[in-house]
Design a binder for this molecule. Structure first.
Ligand code: URA
Length: 434
């Protein structure tokens, strides 16, 4: 078997065998297949596609390039939650706290932000003292005692993905449904949970722009999760404007806390409750998602989810006092405000532009080795559908480098579109695939 024949076969539109897929993944991970041949195959896959069987084999082959975590020492049905990536998406910490406070063990591995999308691990690191790396026994003991732990994904999980993702990123082959599916599901399946709730996003702030493509991605991920014996559900959700008002690490964690205090934005609150509802249902702590929603809402209203967040922060070495004193978060030295030029209604806020502007203010990284400013980001003052007057505040940009902050503010201003009629604002969850 050799790479030339495999590339040629896919270029001609034929299905690859399990052995050919394994040969490619193992050879590339071990460094025996060069980047130029792997790139050629990725591009052939992008144009000629993989069928469902090939995608399953690719996912399995990638999963087997690293550790498969054993969570059997944790009692109960462990439920994972994963978003395909968005702007202002801080739902993991909210839905995780809600589900854990309803008795569902959540043992989660998360990633860092890259490009215009954020990552849960960066957000968590804005909490003073909080550790995102724990020994396996600490992780398991925290989930058994508190019900929730979130740690950074180790290099040993689906090792092939790290190398392949970096290559896809520079060869314009990220946004292929089979490649995204195998990348995400190889890591999810290796992370050891029994059930998975996926938040598959579509819109201008997501990898999949169209609703139809997001549904195809959701169907494929659910199919593969189930084929591997994991109860999997995908929510197809709208990512056309940032989620909530806050974009950027410490700003988002403050919004998480506000949401768990019952004072959060409506979109974030509803989406988090719905994600938690499915986590509670898959964790068999409710007989239906509807009952799961009621339980999650109860945990929000009676403060038990907020208490769970505090226990989780303390369990991972962080200072739970941040819940009462936001001044304990990293503080920005510079701010720049964006004002509206016109009267009307906010017709749209392009999520990708806000995500990029937030990254440029210092909140995100362009390459995986960049340092980030945990205090940087953007706080929207308006959301789609709200009225605005000329001279009124649209958003504030924060950071520590005034040139970056001012430039990011100019950029972010272009994300807002004002119109004369009131746009329709609909629920974010458009479809559930199970
Ligand atoms: N997130 C991932 O982990 N992989 C992808 O391919 C896309 C989003």
């Amino acid at each position: 078997m050799n790479m030339y024949d495999i590339i040629y076969k896919k270029r001609e539109g034929h299905a690859l065998s399990k052995e050919e897929i394994e040969f490619f993944i193992k050879g590339y991970t071990d460094g025996n297949i060069p980047d130029y041949q792997a790139s050629a195959l990725l591009m052939a896959i992008f144009f000629k596609k993989l069928n469902k069987n090939e995608t399953i084999e690719l996912t399995r082959a990638m999963m087997n390039t690293g550790d498969v975590v054993d969570l059997s020492a944790i009692q109960g049905i462990k439920v994972d939650k994963h978003s395909t990536g968005g702007v202002g998406d801080k739902t993991t910490l909210i839905a995780g706290s809600l589900a854990a406070s309803c008795g569902v063990p959540v043992a989660k591995m998360s990633g860092r932000g890259l490009g215009f999308t954020g990552g849960t691990i960066d957000k968590m690191e804005s909490i003073p003292g909080l550790k995102t790396t724990l020994k396996p026994e600490e992780f398991i003991s925290l989930v058994n005692n508190v019900g929730l732990s979130v740690i950074g994904q180790t290099a040993e999980i689906a090792a092939a993905d790290k190398k392949l993702y970096a290559l896809r990123d520079v060869t314009a082959t990220v946004d292929d449904i089979s490649l995204i599916t195998s990348s995400i599901m190889s890591k999810k399946l290796a992370s050891g949970s029994d059930a998975i709730v996926l938040d598959v996003k579509f819109g201008n702030g997501a990898f999949m722009e169209s609703f139809e493509d997001a549904c195809r991605l959701g169907e494929l991920m659910v199919g593969i999760g189930k084929a591997e014996g994991k109860n999997t559900v995908a929510l197809i959700t709208d990512m056309n404007q940032p989620l909530g008002y806050a974009v950027g690490n410490s700003l988002e964690v403050i919004e998480v806390i506000e949401t768990l205090k019952g004072k959060g934005p409506e979109d974030i609150t509803d989406l988090s409750l719905t994600l938690a509802a499915y986590m509670i249902f898959l964790g068999q702590k409710a007989v239906s998602p509807e009952e799961g929603f009621k339980k999650a809402k109860q945990a929000l209203d009676d403060g038990s989810a907020l208490n769970k967040l505090a226990e989780f922060i303390e369990g991972q070495g962080g200072d739970p006092e941040v819940i009462n004193r936001y001044a304990l978060f990293p503080q920005p030295a510079c701010i720049s405000k964006i004002y509206s030029q016109e009267d009307g209604f906010i017709g749209s806020i392009e999520a990708k532009i806000i995500g990029l502007a937030s990254q440029h203010s210092g909140a995100g990284r362009a390459t995986k080795d960049d340092n980030i400013d945990l205090s940087a980001g953007i706080l929207l003052n308006k959301k789609v559908g709200e009225t605005i007057q000329a001279g009124e505040l649209l958003a504030t940009v924060y950071g520590n480098d005034h040139r970056r902050v001012d430039k990011a503010a100019l950029e972010a201003a272009r994300a807002f579109h004002v119109q004369s009629s009131k746009p329709q604002v609909t629920n974010l969850v458009k479809k559930v695939i199970q």
